[in-house]
Write a protein that binds this ligand. Structure first.
Ligand code: OGA
Ligand code: NI
Length: 357
């Protein structure tokens, strides 16, 4: 049966999570529409060092020493294959630029609701948009987070308010894209391809980059709500930063693991387009954002994808006699599919999967 659809008007009337949590009277329980209870087997274990995401040293990856570089590339390939997630240290993006970016987003979220209204849009590729739950029909629960999404590439867009957002986000998006470009080259090489292979095939010079900020206020009953339910990211690679609060959990060997990363590092994950290119070798891993009862968490996810008109297909050189497991679909159509109820019924990647004979 088709899920009940909420209309655009319904969605626009839903208050932000900031409004709900600032509503004066002390909120001491999670309202019904926000109640999301995890299956006990889906609780994350406290992070243990044996089970934390791998670390990639960017200075090694970009080192002039062929030996250091090839070791880093080998480690990168292993991280993509075994985890689909890793943290990147020594990347050279100044920690104070990351902090300023988080603060600028925080100021945006704290603007009066009236001033944010103009950015409430249901259009997938609106250059600037904000909101809370994306699609109540799909998610079936209201999310304990507000979001702001600004497209930074191929065309750079910016908010006027807060005033500093423009300058900071310009610097941050450029430098983050530079790191993503290097990672993409390293990933290409880790697959035995020339460094530029994936960038060329995906028209990376026109590739999409989104600055997607998430605002998760403290929650009175964190185990009864969810920031973002389990999902995979649609692009090639996502780079994420956060304030001092953790909350990102990734699925690994059937268990949920809380990501514990070094301050100032990027958390990076492989997206669906990369899983298609590699014919399932590098996995776009399920992850989610949980909330806490101590302080507001802010994260900025920066998904990087192909050009919108470009379709990822399994790379012929990687097949080694295997049949391609996916059909092609332009990145724009893929994103539309991910945002549609079809992906509620079946994970988005499965819609492109070639059926076994
Ligand atoms: C996302 C995401 C996780 C987080 O925005 O796609 O997975 O920790 N965010 O905020
Ligand atoms: Ni994500």
């Amino acid at each position: 049966m088709a899920p009940p659809m909420t209309t655009v008007a319904d969605e626009a009337e839903v208050a932000s999570i900031k409004t709900l949590t600032n509503a004066g009277a002390e909120l001491n329980s999670v309202p019904f529409e926000y109640t999301y209870i995890k299956n006990p087997k889906d609780q994350a274990n406290a992070s243990d060092p044996e089970h934390s995401i791998p670390t990639i040293d960017y200075a090694h990856l970009t080192s002039g020493s062929p030996e250091l570089r090839s070791k880093a590339i080998e480690k990168l390939g292993k991280a993509c294959e075994e985890w689909g997630f890793f943290q990147v240290i020594n990347h050279g993006v100044p920690e104070n630029l990351m902090k300023s970016m988080i603060e600028a987003c925080q100021k945006f979220f704290q603007l009066p609701e009236e001033e944010k209204k103009e950015f409430q849009s249901r259009k997938l590729l609106e250059p600037i948009k904000c909101g809370t739950t994306y699609n109540f029909a799909i998610e079936k629960v209201r999310l304990w987070r507000d979001y702001l999404k600004v497209i930074a590439h191929p065309d750079f867009h910016s908010l006027q308010k807060p005033a500093e957002y423009s300058d900071i986000s310009m610097k941050f998006s450029k430098q983050t894209r530079q790191v993503a470009t290097e990672l993409l080259s390293g990933i290409s090489e880790s697959l035995g391809l020339e460094a530029e292979y994936i960038a060329k095939a995906m028209n990376w010079d026109r590739g999409l980059q989104i600055l997607a900020a998430n605002y998760y206020p403290a929650c009175p009953q964190p185990d009864q709500a969810i920031g973002i339910p389990p999902h995979t990211d649609h692009g090639l690679v996502t780079l994420l930063i956060q304030n001092e609060m953790g909350g990102l959990e990734v699925q690994h060997n059937g268990k949920w693991v809380l990501v514990d990363c070094a301050p100032g590092s990027f958390v990076v994950n492989i997206g669906d387009q990369m899983q298609i290119l590699t014919n399932d070798k590098y996995k776009s891993v399920w992850h989610r954002a949980v909330v806490n009862n101590r302080a507001t968490r802010i994260s900025i996810a920066v998904p990087h994808g192909p050009a919108l008109d470009t379709a990822a297909l399994p790379i012929p050189e990687l097949l080694g006699g295997e049949a391609p497991k996916f059909i092609g679909m332009s990145y724009e159509e893929f994103m539309e599919l991910q945002a549609s109820p079809a992906s509620w019924i079946r994970p988005c990647l499965d819609h492109l999967r070639v059926k076994a004979e």
